[in-house]
Structures are given as structure tokens and as C-alpha cells.
Design a protein around this ligand. Sequence first.
Ligand SMILES: C[S@@+](CC[C@H](N)C(=O)[O-])C[C@H]1O[C@@H](n2cnc3c(N)ncnc32)[C@H](O)[C@@H]1O
Length: 205
Amino acid sequence: MIPDLPVDLDLIKGFLAADEATALYDCALQACSLGPVLEIGSYCGKSTVCLGLACQRGDSTLFALDHHRGSEEHQKGEMFHDPELYDHGEALFDTFGEFRRTIRAAGLEQVVVPIVAGSALAARHWNTPLGMVFIDGGHSLEAALTDYRCWAPHVVRGGILAIHDLFADAHEGGQAPYAVYRMALASGLFEALGQVNSLGMLRRL
Ligand SMILES: C[S@@+](CC[C@H](N)C(=O)[O-])C[C@H]1O[C@@H](n2cnc3c(N)ncnc32)[C@H](O)[C@@H]1O
């Protein structure tokens, strides 16, 4: 359980189960003493609140990276499209307003640094070692691979790489995050720390 939650996680739009929320918080609390935390895929801020509260407690910083235009499955006509998050003026899906409201309501504006950009673009000149990286961005193989290749090398020794939506059985969900998880293990650079629901956690050796 996350102590002293300033907001009701169930009221934040998003894709994170309660046990995964607690696991993310626990991981970030451990890892943020080694360096700042970065997440790829903030959406409306559900995972951001979990990671951000841990960083607040550990006096660290969370970089919350998302272009806020949604993944393929969030676009109009797709399975996870939410019409309340569609900006009719721009004719674009846009989660940034909702994300900012969440971060403010959770009292995390002095902890969370939003990066409103694509993952590869944000990584181009990135040089800061990270205590933890949480990958929950695009779920195509190309997007998941890009996130892994761009961000996993920045995790410091002893730090944590967490990957969301791991499904060993293709009938349960897409296979790209699981492919990346296995790639991280096969690299010899990470050891498995366990899995909570669909959240896989690895430690950088
Ligand atoms: C599954 S949602 C994240 C859910 C969130 N972690 C939560 O707790 O509810 C995926 C997010 O990744 C973002 N995204 C997808 N591809 C991206 C990319 N290449 N760069 C940055 N953000 C991306 C989408 O805009 C979307 O908000």
C-alpha cells in the first residue's frame, strides 16, 4: 500500500492495477536514492503519482515523458479511445491537460518534470544517469524496442528497469513489452527482480 495517498488512484484515468501501483512505488522508493527516476508513458498521471510520491519521499526527481498524443490504441475509433481526452479544436487526442491536473492535485509539481516529447527525441541528448526507468509507452515492437534502446543504458548499476504489460501468453495481450523484457534479461546486464501482475522488474547488474 502507498502511504498517505493525496489522491484516489481509482479516480485517475489510466492503465495500472492497484498491486502494480504499489510495486512501482516500492521500486522507486528504493531506486531513487541512486538517481532520478524516468517514466515513458504518463498518460493522465496514474503511474506518475506512484513514482512521484516515492521520489518526493526520497527527495528525488521524476521525469515524466509522454508526447501526450496517445498510443495507437487511444486514437479515435480504436479500442481504448476516451472521447473526453479528445481535443476537438486541434482534432487530436491530448492527455496533457488531464496529466497536469493530476500532478497538481497530488501535490507533485515540485517533484515531477514533464517532458512533452517523443521518447527517441527526448533521449537524443540525454546524459543523466537514472536510478530507475519505467517503460509504459507505445506497445508496438518498434516503439518498445526504441524505448529500451534509448533509456535502459542510462540505468545505473543497482538501479531498476520496470516494464509494464508483460504477457507470456499472446492471448492475454501484445508481445512487444515481453520481448523487450526477455531481451534485457538475455543481455546479461539485468537480473529479474520478479513480476507483479503484468509489471516486470529487473535490476541493473
Ligand atoms: C499505456 S499509456 C501509459 C499509461 C500510464 N503509465 C498509466 O499509469 O496509466 C501509454 C502512453 O505512452 C505514450 N506514448 C506512446 N508512444 C510514445 C512515444 N514514442 N513517446 C512518448 N510517449 C509515447 C502515449 O501518449 C500514452 O499516454
